[in-house]
Design a protein around this ligand. Sequence first.
Ligand code: 13P
Ligand code: SF4
Length: 305
Amino acid sequence: MLSKLQKEIIELKDKKNAIILAHNYQRKDIQEIADFVGDSLELCIKASEIKDKDILVFCGVDFMAETAYILNPDKKILIPDSDADCPMANMLSKSEIEEAKEKYPNAAVVLYVNSTAEAKAESDLLVTSGNVKKIINVLDEDTVLFGPDSNLAKYTEDFTDKKLIPIPGDGHCYVHKMFKVEDIESAREKYPNAQILVHPETNKEVQLAADYVLSTGGIMTHIKESSHDEFVLGTEIDIISRLELEVPDKTYYPLREDAICETMKYHTLEKLKACLEDESPQIVLSDELVEKCKKPVNRMLEASK
Ligand code: 13P
Ligand code: SF4
């Protein structure tokens, strides 16, 4: 049953002709009233399809909302808490990319969608953990400057003959970096019948010790299609909220209880309601930045089809 506050948000959203998109790591009460919940690729695709709404409220970290703006600069893109950023995205600056390009002038620049708009503007192609296997080989270049996640770079190496150079050398997600091989070993002991699924942002040795390495969207699809009914999840804990809402007949355990992305949790129902009422905070990027980012974003969407 929805709460009074949740019902008020839905009413307000309808009155304002708005749509609410939420990432898989959002709190359960936000997921419950979102129009669409997904991984970063699915959210990009959804944002590219929104034609009939005036307002898009993005419950996720700011690079995700910025990508929605790049795809819809004529719409109002709101984010309930404008401090919700991704520390990993902030690990790669425009000037670091420029330096790397000087050093490797023949290399392509491939960025994880978890990057700032300023960084995206310097890239040739964007990828997500859900499409990188499929699209990394669309590039002609043999050498690729790949950032900011060095673990995603290592994961991608298994699917291409290209030489991947991580920029910066140690870019990482503090949430996924927490997982250790010992966490997998103790989960295997505790839950011998469970499959262990981890995100490509985890360390390589954790990926090798797990049963599957999947994006959050990939985790959802895998579990929906699997005949297995017990799973250990090596990613942010609120993926379990989405699983409990959509696949409630199976059992889930977090690989670590403390795998929490703090900034994803900045969004609350109270802030979501206030943001719809005030139509603020709003995401706005300069026309010049939007123009520069469109090419790598659209190239990714085209190649992902
Ligand atoms: P997904 O694309 O798998 O949702 O990952 C985004 C993210 O930020 C993972 O930490
Ligand atoms: Fe960024 Fe990690 Fe949070 Fe994902 S989980 S948004 S990569 S800090």
